[in-house]
Design a protein around this ligand. Sequence first.
Ligand code: ATP
Ligand code: MG
Length: 356
Amino acid sequence: GAIVFSGIQPTGVPHLGNYLGAMQRWVQLQHEAASDPTAKLYYSVVDLHALTSVTASTPSSLLQHRRETLAALLAVGLDPDRCVLFYQSSVPAHSELMWLLSCTASVGYLSRMTQWKSKLDIKDDATFHDSASRTKLKLGLFSYPVLMSADILVHRATHVPVGEDQKQHLEFARECATNFNHTHGQQLLVPPTTLLSPARRVMSLQNATQKMSKSSPDARSRILLTDDDTTIRKKIMGARTDSISTVSYDRHERPAVANLLEILVLMENGNSGLTGPIEEKTAEVAAELEGKSLKALKERTVDAVIGHMGGIRERFFEVLKRDDGAYLDRVAAHGAKQARANSEETMAAVRTAIGL
Ligand code: ATP
Ligand code: MG
């Protein structure tokens, strides 16, 4: 049966990009798993990863972000009776396997990856050897993909649904599994398959060359799962576009307008409502709007987002407060127990293979 693993960092309230690129797909996989009793789903709030962006410790805000992120998973429709929802740090095997993988992982491969560069805001063509990058770069950010590989491999995941920005890390995870298996002479770890949602990469509302991110300093660049209708309206109507006043769909020449059109299509159809590639349906909607103003496009997008997200927002606040917060603690404890049991099976075999 399929084993699905994916994670989200507790670095803030999830946004439309997280929802469309990842979480909505996770829910869809939960529906599909209903007809396959052998399927297993693991979704983790990856708090250890979030430490790579902490510069001054604020324990109360990390605790809060963890709770909010878990609440968001429940709010979008994940069911703790049908999938394993847990905090990464409550399952020590993730960190243990990371160390074992790092003994066969290549520094050269890691240094060619792009995420550490974008997180440090240094140029794509900067290298590991530039002293400017070296001073800023912490070991944890650099080895982030090794921990992410451990997250996946420790649960023997066969499928990993992520946004396009994580594609490179998934290739690395396959490499980690292969290197480990080769070194220890056994087909123990399972190289996982990447699942990309039709949304792939939702772009920032303020700069359509960057993906929408929790960690961008500009709050207007993203729509949060908690934004009320007025805020959603303000952010979409204020989205930075181009100077052509009417609607047309051209991802390359008009990325900001294309981003709004695709958000509109995804909000009106949902992931499961889209069979073909998103480009087809988006071109249809763009044709409907031909000759209309960008304001008209934005207004229709506002309505679609408000219509789709209202229920999620209400459930989010309800879940966060349920039983004075005790409900979330119960969900996390239940998930941790299951995730620990599953990961321990892998670790027992791994330790035997290594001779530990
Ligand atoms: P941060 O800026 O802290 O890295 P983030 O917004 O990138 O936050 P993550 O927790 O790193 O969020 O990613 C969670 C999941 O959401 C991943 O599968 C990632 O690929 C996906 N994702 C993040 N941003 C987008 C986006 N703009 N479009 C599509 N998918 C996205
Ligand atoms: Mg990210």
